[in-house]
Write a protein that binds this ligand. Sequence first.
Ligand code: ZN
Length: 69
Amino acid sequence: MIGTEMINCEVCGGRLIRDEIALNKKLNGLETEEFLCLECMAEEFGVTVEDLENRIEYFKESGCTLFED
Ligand SMILES: [Zn+2]
C-alpha cells in the first residue's frame, strides 16, 4: 500500500510524502526504483515545484488511482 511505504529522495534523502511517491510512479512508471522529492524533481525537469503540485492536482482531478486517498 502506498500509505505505508517509506521512500526517501534519491538526491537529498528527504522523506517523500504520498503524493510525491504517486507522482514519481505516474511519471517514471510503477516499477521505478528512483524517487525524487518535488524540489529535486523540479530541478531535474527544469520546472518549478508549483508546476509539479499543479500536475498532482490535475492527476487527482482526472481520477488517477495512484493519487486516491
Ligand atoms: Zn530531494
